[in-house]
Design a protein around this ligand. Structure first.
Ligand code: ZN
Length: 356
């Protein structure tokens, strides 16, 4: 009988640990907010299945910066194992106040989506808390989960931040939605001029410099930034600038710039990045593709990838037509036309909002 209290204590511990890793809150209409930490969070952050090849595409500089040291392994599998070990250490436990604050903002984001595009919000809307040492303090998604760094959780109670959190939640959810709807994704990317290709050979110089975005690891989208008569094709990539690759990951990320690189078709769906004689990739200046960039940046300068352009526009579309503030740090609605076009492509019935 002496073992009994010990066993009971062990059972109780196991149950609370398992329960504590997944907190479910009702959002109405059969939908739930699901906040993960512990083992559930660790499984989500290392989930290769929903990562669209992110783990396989990491360049040597970004991998070293993420790990904080040279990888000890030499094979891709060994490096991935090291990275996953690091990522597991970045999962943090939610506090009760953070969970309540996050759910309040998720309800506000859902209320806006319900006015415009109810299917946009998933039945189980997952958020995972991290230390920020996973992705340099950035929000991002993998599979159907959004990862939220803890440094952005200390203003959840400030009402002046309501539109900020709504935008971030809608933007990150847009990546999960787009990932789950690959055919619609392709159609919506084409609204801003991007089309898919089978393969793009980045070459060594650019391959080393790409900062691989978990929300958009697949760079195989090209656009004609010239004219129909004299086409010039480009590929958008978020790349490390300069020659200092020894920085910690957050600084490397801050040094990154969205850049359009010139590409040409080698044969049937296989493309390559064009290179200068000095071994650097040919960059297309914005001034050389004025019309293209003017259209792309009409409401937001957040243009790291066709996927980021879409996520920005989806988030703005929801808020704008719901009549709540769609503005945030890098964008505001200067021209609703692209949002109307997006709504039309999605078959949504929207009307000019009365107040915004
Ligand atoms: Zn994004």
């Amino acid at each position: 009988m002496k073992l009994f209290p010990v066993l009971l204590a062990l059972l109780f511990f196991a149950a609370t640990t398992a329960r504590g890793a997944e907190y479910v809150y009702d959002l109405g209409d059969g939908k739930s907010a699901v906040l993960l930490d512990g083992k559930e969070g660790q499984a989500a952050i290392t989930d290769e299945g929903g990562a669209e090849g992110w783990f396989d595409r990491l360049g040597k500089y970004e991998l070293r910066a993420r790990l904080g040291h040279e990888p000890e392994g030499t094979t891709l599998e060994e490096k991935k194992t090291e990275l996953k070990e690091h990522l597991r250490t970045t999962i943090e436990d939610w506090t009760e106040a953070e969970r309540e604050g996050m759910v309040r903002h998720m309800k506000q984001a859902k209320a806006a989506a319900d006015e415009v595009f109810p299917e946009f919000i998933p039945n189980r809307w997952y958020i995972v808390k991290t230390s920020g040492k996973d992705e340099g303090g950035a929000w991002y998604t993998r599979s159907d989960k959004t990862f939220f760094p803890k440094q952005w959780l200390d203003q959840l109670d400030s009402e002046s931040m309501d539109s900020f959190y709504r935008h971030i939640l809608l933007h990150e959810n847009a990546h999960c939605w787009s990932r789950a709807n690959p055919e619609l994704r392709e159609e919506l990317y084409s609204l801003t001029g991007f089309q898919p290709v089978n393969e793009i050979d980045l070459g060594e110089w650019l391959g080393d410099r790409v900062l691989t975005n978990p929300d958009a690891p697949d760079l195989r989208w090209v656009s004609n930034v010239g004219s129909e008569e004299s086409p010039r094709y480009g590929m958008l990539a978020f790349t490390i600038q300069g020659n200092d690759f020894s920085m910690e990951f957050q600084r490397l990320l801050m040094s990154g710039r969205p850049t359009m690189y010139q590409v040409s078709e080698v044969n049937d769906g296989s493309w390559k990045v064009d290179y200068n004689e000095d071994g650097t990739a040919v960059a297309i200046q914005r001034s050389d593709a004025k019309e293209f960039f003017e259209k792309l940046t009409v409401n937001s300068n957040y243009i790291l990838h066709a996927e980021e352009v879409l996520a920005e526009n989806l988030a703005m579309m929801v808020s704008y037509f719901a009549g709540v503030s769609p503005a945030w740090g890098q964008g505001s609605v200067e021209d609703p036309a692209p949002l109307e076009e997006l709504a039309k492509a999605l078959g949504l019935e929207v009307a000019e909002p009365a107040t915004k």
